[in-house]
Design a binder for this molecule. Structure first.
Ligand code: FEO
Length: 617
């Protein structure tokens, strides 16, 4: 029986989920399954965008037949020839004899390589910026080589503003009845899988993804329809921003990923001690045992975190086998722009440290710290100083967040109504308390709604731990941030979760409003205490309506507006315009930096010649 969902009046999802697949592409575990998306446009002509994997093609054909409602299929647009999206082409060609295949020349070559049937008379070849009118819809074809394979193209429907993005903007995980990203808590439940998908599937091809992002920037996108994962119709910019970070190899989070390989626990012990010391300095760390965690998890984590530590025993006079696989994976996925530290172990001839350094030194812009800890079998007390030195060297790259503490005198009681005039569509630190647990997060929607009684509204994303605490305790403070607030305040309260971090560690415990909840006396201009009267579930957010129980003015500075934050506080990501000049191999994605490309240049990866390179735009 069919299982389909409408996206717009004319567009239907006819894809299929697969929860039985153990290893996607034979390499990546998919414990939550995977979705193979296919989309049917029903205009004067009918157009199908890609097909599915052979494992699910029977259900897909039922879905397609239902969505067609007895009509014939006029076009199959093949955007990507990888078999998880093209397994049903032959069956479809037989079932829909009038169907034309719309693809580019390289795709046609691949169709002939993967399939054995004569389709030349049924192929419509398209090139960059070619269009296809299907009645009321107009399709624009945009080439996206190496996002993931060289033949990949995407399609833009300018009528309904739909970008069919092929592998770009995909995600691991079955859809479970939801189709749109706004129907799930994507940031909380799926962002890790979206990052793992990106890093492992297209992470190597940052320059090519940036080229696609440049092209997409010129489009008005209302719907983003990838070949895996959810369809985006809201908040699309937030996901595109993630892609801008990932494709430029910019860390998302400042903190340390520690991956270790330990046969008898001694190397693990050194890694654990380092992690404790880092946390003691207020630096977050995550840890992976390379013998247990799948390499794809570690590659994704390396794309997320700013600092990487590799601790490995020596094995067969080299790097421990699982660690060597991870390091090779990172190098082949083009990891760059990271600070790296190494711990090695070897009972008689430790070589793993120098070999890891050697491999990672081939990556671009890697700051490999000179402080190395070398262990002979087990860490000895005298070596704790070496771990300390390594922790200090890492910590020296983390400016200590200035503890928000000032003004020890108790704030005046009562409501200072001037605090109301400081409200704007700005940025705020929402602070909460549950027993001994203090927490705070960044929010951006606080508004006065009535003067008598004095009430405010406040929207809080459900993914925030603070949302849980406000729901539980019914009380909170809102500190209104001023223009002097440095980026580290936003990092401190916005880029880490109170579920695993004490955001007020080391702060003066007396700085609290009358409700006993902390507030920020510095970098703010006012603080408002609220008691929740109502909480309304709006999907991704709770909207809280609260009585004002106390309000104080802390400075005369202007409030930070969103615009001010983006213009003056948030660090600018590297502009695509600053990209180096160069050429990219259309076959394998290798990037040659420099201009011109020598005529006799041979790609060091795939051995194709200069004719197969194109200039990076
Ligand atoms: Fe899901 Fe590159 O294919």
């Amino acid at each position: 029986m069919h299982c389909i969902r409408k996206i717009t009046n004319d567009l239907t999802w006819v894809g299929v989920n697969d929860r039985r697949l153990a290893m996607f592409e034979g390499v990546y575990h998919v414990p939550e399954g995977v979705a193979y998306n296919s989309y049917l446009l029903t205009d004067e002509k009918t157009v199908l965008f890609d097909t599915v994997d052979k494992a699910v093609r029977q259900r897909f054909l039922e879905n397609l037949a239902e969505a067609l409602g007895g009509r014939k299929l006029d076009y199959l647009v093949v955007q990507h020839m990888e078999p998880d999206h093209s397994a049903a082409i032959m069956e479809m060609a037989a079932k829909y004899p009038d169907m034309q295949i719309v693809c580019n020349r390289m795709t046609l070559t691949f169709i002939k390589q993967f399939h054995d049937f004569n389709m030349d008379s049924r192929v419509l070849i398209v090139e960059e910026n070619d269009t296809l009118d299907t009645g009321t819809h107009k399709l624009h074809f945009v080439m996206a080589p190496m996002v993931h394979w060289p033949e990949v193209m995407v399609t833009y429907d300018s009528t309904d503003k739909v970008l069919f993005s092929a592998d770009a903007f995909g995600c691991f995980g079955a859809l479970n009845g939801a189709l749109f990203a706004d129907e799930v808590a994507f940031e909380r439940d799926y962002m890790d899988e979206a990052r793992r998908y990106y890093a492992n599937i297209v992470g190597k091809y940052g320059a090519q993804v940036e080229a696609l992002l440049d092209k997409a920037a010129a489009l008005d996108i209302g719907f983003l329809c990838p070949l895996h994962g959810f369809v985006w119709r809201k908040n699309i910019g937030s996901f595109i921003e993630k892609y801008a970070l990932w494709s430029s190899y910019t860390p998302e989070e400042r903190g340390v990923m520690i991956a270790y390989a330990s046969v008898y626990g001694n190397t693990e012990n050194a890694a654990e001690i380092l992690a404790c010391k880092l946390h003691g300095k207020g630096i977050r760390s995550v840890m992976y045992d390379v013998s247990v965690s799948p390499a794809s998890d570690i590659v994704a984590a390396a794309f997320k975190w700013s600092h990487l530590v590799f601790a490995s025993t020596t094995y067969n006079a080299g790097i421990f086998v699982a660690m060597e696989a991870v390091i090779n994976d990172l190098v082949s996925h083009n990891i760059q722009n990271r600070t790296v530290a190494v711990i090695e172990n070897g009972s008689w001839a430790a070589t793993s440290g120098s070999l890891i350094r050697e491999k990672l030194s081939t990556c671009q812009n890697m700051n490999i710290l000179g402080e190395t800890v070398s262990i002979n079998s087990g860490l000895k007390p005298g070596q704790l100083a070496e771990i300390d030195r390594l922790a200090d060297a890492i910590a020296s790259e983390f400016p200590a967040p200035e503890a928000p503490q000032q003004g020890k005198t108790a704030p005046p009681a009562g409501v200072d109504m001037r605090a109301m005039f400081k409200l704007s569509y700005g940025l705020f630190v929402l602070t909460t308390r549950d027993g001994a647990k203090d927490n705070g997060c960044i929010i951006n929607t606080v508004t006065q709604i009535t003067e008598n009684p004095r009430r405010i509204s406040m929207a809080v994303n459900k993914a925030n731990f603070s949302c849980d605490l406000v729901l539980k305790t019914g009380e909170f403070n809102v500190s209104i941030l001023a223009e002097s607030a440095p980026f580290r305040v936003f990092e401190h309260f916005g880029f880490q979760s109170g579920r695993d971090t004490d955001k007020f560690a080391g702060c003066d415990d007396s700085i609290r409003m009358a409700n006993g909840i902390r507030y920020l006396p510095k970098y703010t201009n006012s603080v408002i205490s609220g008691k929740v009267m109502d909480a309304i579930d709006y999907g991704s957010h709770y909207l809280f309506i609260a009585d004002i129980t106390q309000a104080i003015v802390t400075s005369d500075e202007p409030s930070v507006t969103y615009q001010y934050y983006f213009d003056n506080i948030k660090p600018k990501p590297p502009s695509p315009k600053e990209k180096k000049e160069g050429y990219v191999c259309k076959i394998c994605g290798y990037v040659y930096e420099g201009d011109p490309l020598p005529d006799d240049f041979i790609c060091p990866l795939c051995k194709h010649g200069a004719a197969d390179f194109e200039k990076i735009k």
